[in-house]
Write a protein that binds this ligand. Structure first.
Ligand SMILES: Cc1ncc(COP(=O)(O)O)c(C=O)c1O
Length: 445
């Protein structure tokens, strides 16, 4: 197990890929420098790469695989469904069953419609909010990622020189290709800053269609919205007739009733994706019936047209049902315990190796930082050179010792893991921490 290795199959595949795809792939986030590791097989919590290396998977496709790889019930559901129908240009009973399950579990979801990615789930939530309120502007939190919709690829990870005032963050496009007018219609909020957020929302109340919040922000090391922050935003949005959207594409995996169930705050709309498709492409927009009514094609005139060749496709619905039915309260409790074991173990590793650091996360989400400074938002997130070098170094060490994590220190667990698997990860983390000073980071990217 040697990464990087210019003679590896993955290196060869990447050279081939670069000829036909710019940057050699179709998904920025899976790139590793100098080349991404190509996957060929997954089983339980382990994934095998093109060179035959097997690693414990703590990425789980950035959270979509809550049961890891090759879950028998999901495989059986996909296989069975594939014998009946892939798609038909007709609805199926399966989408009703998955909708019933989600409406029953999520306090803020009375009705729901499916799409094919979290991005689409968010996009349709914004469109519904705009149609419902007749307003254009949307607000999001600085440092949060909500997928690829233009209005939300704003201030995801702006550089310090672009930040603007702490109590009124600048609206900074995260990518080229975002129209100036779109950027101007996105208001950026300072996360967990109750006073400044309240002031900004009051000032723009008449223009705002929606406020988008992810209660647990993955891109800020799984930092959580404070209870006071959520209560303030909920009270203000209610008072001003602004639609409160929770992005639970990622954070739905923390509990049977989602992140909203844990926070006790009920949004007007919720965007979903990832786990609800059982590993296949999926997105969804759900919420209060009076807002979801904008999608009702039986009402004339139709207010929001929501099409999509693969929306609620039977394979995804079957896989999603097989996945979610296994996510019983007991399954969440077991995942919580695995997460606690990993978090406690990582804290112990930091202590044993006398390294600065902290461990965040909840349930199956685990975030490790090599900096003990408390933080609550994007601006205070530790981003010193030492922290970066250590986390990238550890990531590289783990790759060569049978474990894959998200490069900047996030681990996402699955029900396929056992306590023994968690302990194996911790053993390698401890070995990696012991070896940290000797890492060559010249290829870390
Ligand atoms: C919080 C959040 N929202 C939305 C998305 C977009 O989902 P998708 O990649 O399925 O488009 C993601 C993807 O990682 C996400 O983490």
């Amino acid at each position: 197990m040697t990464y990087p290795d210019p003679d590896s199959s993955s290196a060869e595949l990447f050279a081939r890929a670069r000829k036909v795809m710019p940057g050699g792939n179709s998904r920025t986030g899976v790139f590793l420098s100098p080349y991404p590791i190509y996957a060929v097989h997954g089983e339980g919590c382990r994934v095998t790469d093109a060179d035959g290396n097997v690693r414990i998977d703590c990425i789980n496709n950035w959270s979509s695989l809550i049961h890891g790889h090759g879950n028998p019930a999901i495989q059986a559901a996909i296989s069975e469904q594939s014998r009946h129908l892939l798609a038909a240009g007709m609805p199926t009973e399966l989408e009703i069953e998955l909708a019933e399950l989600l409406c029953e579990r999520l306090p803020g979801v009375e009705q729901i419609r499916f799409s094919n990615s979290g991005t689409e789930g968010m996009m349709m939530a914004l469109r519904a909010a705009r149609a419902f309120t007749g307003r254009d502007m949307v607000a999001k939190v600085e440092g949060a990622f909500h997928g690829s919709a233009d209005a939300l690829e704003i201030s995801v990870a702006p550089s310090r020189s672009q930040w603007g005032p702490a109590d009124a963050p600048a609206s900074v496009p995260a990518t080229a290709g975002i129209p100036v007018k779109v950027r101007q219609d996105t208001l950026v909020l300072p996360f967990n800053n109750v006073e400044a957020t309240a002031r900004l929302l009051e000032a723009h109340a008449d223009e705002l269609a929606a406020v988008v919040i992810d209660p647990i922000v993955s891109r800020i090391g799984f930092v959580e919205a404070s209870a006071e922050y959520l209560q303030t935003v909920r009270a203000l949005t209610e008072k001003k007739g602004i639609v409160l959207i929770f992005d639970e594409v990622f954070s739905f995996r923390v509990g049977y009733h989602g992140a909203q169930g844990l926070t006790g705050i009920t949004p007007d709309l919720t965007a979903l994706g990832k786990i609800i498709g059982g590993g296949l492409p999926v997105g969804a927009t759900g919420g209060k019936a009076e807002i979801m009514e904008v999608f009702d094609q039986t009402k004339k005139p139709l207010r929001v047209e929501h099409g999509g060749t693969y929306n609620a496709n039977p394979l995804t619905m079957a896989a999603g049902l097989a996945c979610m039915r296994q996510m019983t309260p007991a399954a969440y409790e077991r995942l919580d315990r695995l997460g606690d074991r990993m978090r406690d173990g990582l804290r112990r590793c930091l202590k044993d190796h006398d390294l600065p650091g902290q461990v965040k996360g909840r349930g199956s989400l685990v975030g490790l930082l090599f900096d003990g400074k408390p933080f609550a938002d994007f601006r205070t997130l530790p981003r010193g050179k030492d922290q970066l070098q250590r986390i990238l170094g550890l990531h590289r060490f783990l790759l060569n010792h049978g474990v894959q994590i998200i490069p900047f220190g996030l681990m996402i667990l699955s029900t396929a893991m056992t306590e023994t698997d968690v302990d194996e990860v911790l053993e390698q983390v401890s070995a990696g921490m012991a070896a940290l000073p000797s890492f060559d980071l010249s290829h870390a990217g």
